[in-house]
Write a protein that binds this ligand. Structure first.
Ligand SMILES: [Zn+2]
Length: 222
């Protein structure tokens, strides 16, 4: 702490920056922070710890189409700095918090199961093999409603983002015909063609048909 701030408790980030000269990070924490997925895990833990009571509200918030004004603001901030680490403006922080809740809520409503292949593997409280994925990319639409989400395992999240598969308006899986695939120990992706996505119990959480249509037209590579 700078000598003039001795004993004071800075209450805002800006005040904290003014008050603190430098900080030592715990060695283990420093190593942990070098890895992007570890950083994400830490953000998730912090957000869920500090916003525990609001957790249920977030489910409601994520069902409401947020105003575009807010997205414009977030876009502006993101444009000003695409690097979250160097410029933690509130708009970005808000987007980070919303995204944490988006991902967690999606995983929860899909009961930690990949909508494509059904895999469910969890460890401890915050490690999960499925992601809460955006159907229409967040970077383009800033749409973190539950209806723009789908839970997918790492492999199928990656494949979905690259348009290797999509789903029709009946939620039936459409797999690209161009995949060359060897899958000795599990069901090949192309065998999922025509099967229905594994969806949440409540229909109100289903992906929006319009979002899937956008994905078919803009991302899917038949
Ligand atoms: Zn999967």
């Amino acid at each position: 702490m700078k000598p003039e701030f001795k004993g004071l408790q800075p209450k805002t980030t800006n005040k904290l920056k003014e008050a603190v000269e430098y900080a030592y990070l715990d060695n283990e924490l420093f190593i942990f922070l070098q890895d992007e997925s570890s950083r994400q895990e830490l953000i998730d833990s912090l957000v869920t710890t500090f916003f525990q009571e609001q957790q249920d509200d977030f489910e409601d918030i994520l069902q409401i189409n947020q105003s575009f004004q807010e997205y414009d603001l977030i876009t502006e901030k993101l444009a000003a700095s695409t690097n979250l680490d160097s410029n933690p403006k509130w708009g970005i922080r808000k987007a980070v918090i919303r995204n944490t809740f988006f991902r967690k809520t999606i995983v929860r409503v899909y009961d930690s199961q990949c909508a494509f292949c059904g895999i469910r593997v969890t460890k401890a409280v915050n490690q999960n093999i499925v992601d809460g994925a955006h159907i229409k990319p967040f970077a383009q639409f800033y749409d973190s409603r539950i209806h723009n989400g789908i839970a997918l395992c790492k492999n199928h999240h990656w494949a979905f983002d690259r348009g290797w598969f999509t789903a029709d308006e009946q939620y039936k899986i459409i797999v690209s015909r161009e995949l060359e695939e060897i899958s000795p120990y599990s069901k090949p992706m192309k065998d999922f063609h025509g099967e229905r996505l594994l969806l949440p119990n409540k229909e109100q959480y289903f992906p929006e048909v319009e979002a899937l249509e956008w994905h078919r037209q803009n991302i899917f590579q038949g």
